[in-house]
Design a protein around this ligand. Structure first.
Ligand SMILES: CC(=O)N[C@H]1[C@@H](OP(=O)(O)OP(=O)(O)OC[C@H]2O[C@@H](n3ccc(=O)[nH]c3=O)[C@H](O)[C@@H]2O)O[C@H](CO)[C@@H](O)[C@@H]1O[C@H](C)C(=O)N[C@@H](C)C(=O)N[C@H](CCC(=O)O)C(=O)O
Ligand SMILES: Nc1ncnc2c1ncn2[C@@H]1O[C@H](COP(=O)(O)OP(=O)(O)OP(=O)(O)O)[C@@H](O)[C@H]1O
Ligand SMILES: N[C@H](CCC[C@H](N)C(=O)O)C(=O)O
Ligand SMILES: [Mg+2]
Length: 483
């Protein structure tokens, strides 16, 4: 595509060089640059992309979009100076791929917890209702049956537009995607046209990145602030910040609720190990998902489906058949009657929800043994809170590692230990090696006791010092059960 077409509507501070040149690829990582690329220099959290302009040119970039012009200006290279390179890249990517988000119904889901659950339920629901669909999620990206591995909850703007274009080409009518707060802040979703936005909830997470909870709220709200008038904005009326999210949106506002008034009202009638019985807008339905938090996810999915014009009865019939995504309250069976649950709870709120669900389901004689860790190079404030919650709702807690990344595992564990009160200390063990921690939990458990392995869910790796080795909680739990 001609560079001039890629630059359509992008506010440029300066332009030097020709814009009637043909660009074959937009790239923000010099290591990936190929011939005839437009290289976008982005100031990052680790390094400044402007340092790699020369390298990008040596590998074939013929145009450079940047915030600061380099000292050496090469002849035959076009330089475009902008205020915000990441934002401009979002707009360029949408132009380059010819605005695929406008050609299909793109629904975004944001919030601290529940994004993957809702996006996956919507994807499976709409496929069963007869539509071709795509999905961008933490677990995987998907175009109908084709699975494309995902590296982020929300990919970068070039990848998103590339995938959306492919989805449109393959006939997808709807795409359901997770919108992380990072993606709003880092302009990964800039330039996308959404047909609808869903808010789940907001509780502590990612303060390493956003600095304060207020900034975190602002980032999520930024998604709704930019929704077009034609879109719907569906919020959780029971969340303290549910209304705030929609304060400045141009989209049409709707809400769902279990406790307050809302367009989509639900009531949990019964919640057991095999499912959830709910009243949804006056219709009683049995769902296969477990836990009251899933009542919220189901209501959000129901609401979105109705707003997209689907028939209530058809939606509820299909929804009642659906199962959760992998690693969300996933049960692992033991040959004796020990109960294993693997769950992706990696925030204080998620852990509390899952443990409260287990508390509601269990009988008096059943012990709860929780194995949990906290990610390295992530929000440190979560660590004592998660340990405290684990102690409050478990009989035995084993603190362990969960992707220590570039931090020392024992430092992370020390941060977690700070949340353990003196009275709770007797129930806490610390086993840094996650495999050994899982084995220990299985040894302690008697038949019918419940073992919760929290934090990694569907993940199939453990990231230690940047090296990802295969590790799957479900496999480890099963092995330990069979040992
Ligand atoms: C904090 C964050 O989100 N960082 C993302 C960001 O990286 P960064 O700013 O650190 O990049 P950097 O390494 O400083 O490099 C700056 C620029 O120089 C370029 N560069 C760098 C080196 C080089 O040799 N050549 C070169 O051109 C880089 O491509 C980049 O454009 O841009 C990268 C490229 O898009 C992302 O991969 C990276 O995600 C990192 C790996 C990450 O872990 N992100 C997590 C926190 C994340 O995004 N999570 C969210 C939320 C999940 C949730 O809701 O729970 C998600 O959406 O996944
Ligand atoms: N609506 C909800 N409210 C609170 N907790 C939830 C909700 N839905 C799911 N959870 C909990 O959060 C965990 C993660 O759920 P899910 O993967 O759907 O969230 P997510 O928002 O996609 O997370 P991520 O930010 O990592 O992408 C689940 O395993 C469960 O413990
Ligand atoms: N999307 C989340 C996932 C956290 C999962 C947990 N297992 C960890 O590694 O901290 C993040 O990147 O913060
Ligand atoms: Mg997710």
């Amino acid at each position: 595509m001609l560079l001039s077409e890629i630059l359509y509507t992008i506010p440029l501070r300066t332009v030097s060089g020709k814009t009637d040149i043909n660009i074959e690829q937009i790239e923000f990582d010099s290591r990936q640059v190929k011939a005839n690329s437009l290289f976008v220099a982005i100031p990052g959290t680790q390094v400044d992309g402007h340092l790699f302009i020369e390298k990008a040119i040596s590998l074939g970039a013929i145009a450079v979009l940047c915030e600061r012009l380099p000292e050496i200006i090469e002849p035959n290279i076009t330089y475009l100076q902008v205020e915000n390179a990441a934002m401009s890249m979002g707009l360029c990517a949408a132009n380059f791929y010819q605005h695929p988000s406008k050609k299909l119904g793109l629904i975004g889901v944001t919030g601290t917890n529940g994004k993957t659950s809702i996006a996956t339920l919507l994807f499976n629901l709409f496929r069963k209702l007869g539509y071709k669909c795509g999905m961008l999620s933490t677990v995987q990206n998907q175009i109908e049956d084709e699975v494309i591995p995902s590296t982020h909850t929300t990919p970068d703007s070039v990848k998103i537009n590339e995938l959306l274009a492919l989805m449109h080409q393959k006939g997808c009518v709807y795409v359901f995607m997770e919108v992380s707060s990072h993606s709003v802040e880092l302009h990964r979703i800039t330039g996308l046209h959404f047909a609808g936005g869903i808010f789940t909830n907001i509780t502590q997470d990612h303060l390493d990145f956003h600095g304060t909870f207020e900034n975190y709220i602002k980032a999520k709200k930024g998604f709704f602030d930019k929704l077009p008038k034609s879109a719907f904005a569906l919020t959780n009326a029971d969340d303290k910040n549910g209304k705030v999210m929609l304060q400045n949106t141009a989209a049409t506002k709707y809400s769902y609720s279990l406790k307050n008034s809302g367009n989509f009202k639900g009531k949990v009638m019964d919640c057991g190990l095999f499912g959830l019985q709910m009243d949804v807008n006056g219709q009683e339905v049995w769902f296969k998902l477990i836990g009251k938090f899933n009542a919220y996810n189901l209501l959000a999915v129901y609401g979105a489906a109705i707003l997209l014009g689907e028939n209530s009865e058809n939606v509820l019939t299909v929804l009642s058949e659906l199962t959760p995504p992998p690693g969300r309250f996933e049960q692992v069976a033991a040959p004796d009657q020990r109960v294993g649950i693997v769950d992706y709870a990696h925030t204080p709120d998620a852990l509390e929800n899952v443990l409260e669900t287990i508390e509601d389901l269990k009988e008096g004689h059943q012990k709860v043994i929780t194995v949990v860790g906290c990610g390295g190079n992530r929000d440190k404030g979560k660590r004592p809170l998660m340990a405290k919650i684990a102690c409050q709702h478990s009989d035995v807690v084993i603190l362990t590692s969960d992707n220590p990344r570039n931090e020392e595992p024992e430092d992370i564990l020390a941060d977690m230990q700070a949340g353990v009160s003196i009275t709770q200390r007797r129930k806490v063990q610390q086993i840094e090696d996650r495999r050994a921690a899982i084995i220990k939990a299985c040894e302690i458990a008697n038949p019918e006791d419940i073992i919760l392995i929290a934090g990694k869910g569907h993940e199939t790796y453990q990231d230690i010092k940047g090296v990802k080795s295969h590790f799957d909680d479900r496999e480890e739990l099963l092995k330990a059960f069979l040992a």
